[in-house]
Design a binder for this molecule. Structure first.
Ligand SMILES: [Zn+2]
Length: 261
């Protein structure tokens, strides 16, 4: 895939990530998805002028509200979402190339970034992102399978989604405090998408999520001194595992299963 297309996807990610701030802010603060989309968190007055320009608004948001003078609650969050989303979509484009499947994976990337942000801040994996993503990604994967007759991919996607959902559900039932039901649903989505690329990809996604979660969890426990009561959101690790799997799932699965063979 040429640099222009990768740049286009990265730019799409930049704008989509910036816009996802609306969902992250509303879901995090448990408020309605109402207008004005961009507003002061204190007085609710609508953003104006440069405050409405994607990405550039971060510089505006970092200033004080022109109506009530209160500082922005999360001045840099839209920029962080935009940059991470741009990197993920650009990398997906470089990895998947000129493929219809780029559409569902781009949607997955945007959703994973937003879900991670909400879960990181609030320990909550929002159904209002997971369900619409599932509803869009599943038919797009069917279309991608139909275009190139990759029905085997679709079957593997269904198997991985069901296996991931069942596996996480078992953990949730056994240790409800350790694994929320939101993680179970997100695991189903991650299983579906990575499974479409291959069962090895799905395995890599979940292995990476657990390894990253364990390593970073231990580091956080040591740094904060919180011991085993330390609460860590698992959503961002599932998201990171999924992104790693899309980018390098093939060679990683190869290295895991065919060592020396
Ligand atoms: Zn204000």
């Amino acid at each position: 895939m040429d640099a222009l297309a990768i740049g286009f996807l990265a730019a799409t990610g930049l704008v989509a990530g910036d816009a996802s701030e609306i969902a992250v802010e509303r879901l995090g603060s448990r408020t309605k998805f109402d207008r004005p989309w961009w507003r002061c968190a204190s007085c609710g007055s609508a953003a104006q002028g440069a405050g409405l320009v994607p990405v550039w608004r971060c510089i505006q948001l970092s200033k004080r509200c022109s109506a009530c003078g209160s500082p922005a609650a999360h001045p840099w969050r839209p920029l962080v979402l935009a940059v991470v989303c741009a990197c993920v979509l650009g990398a997906f484009a470089a990895r998947l190339g000129d493929d219809v499947a780029l559409a569902p994976f781009a949607l997955l990337g945007i959703a994973l970034v937003a879900i991670s942000a909400v879960d990181f801040e609030r320990f909550l994996i929002p159904n209002r992102i997971v369900y619409p993503t599932m509803a869009l990604v599943a038919p797009l994967l069917v279309v991608s399978s139909a275009v190139d007759h990759r029905w085997g991919s679709l079957a593997r996607a269904a198997i991985a989604a069901a296996a991931a959902f069942a596996g996480f559900l078992a953990v949730h039932v056994a240790v409800p405090r350790g694994m929320g039901y939101g993680d179970v649903r997100l695991a189903g989505l991650v299983g579906l998408c990575t499974g479409w690329l291959g069962l090895g990809h799905a395995f890599v996604a979940f292995l990476a999520a657990f390894v990253l979660g364990a390593v970073i969890g231990i580091v956080v426990m040591i740094v904060t001194g919180g011991g085993r009561k330390t609460r860590i959101a698992f959503g961002p690790f599932l998201a990171a595992g999924a992104v790693l799997s899309v980018l390098w799932g093939g060679p990683l699965a190869q290295a895991l299963f065919h060592r020396g063979g």
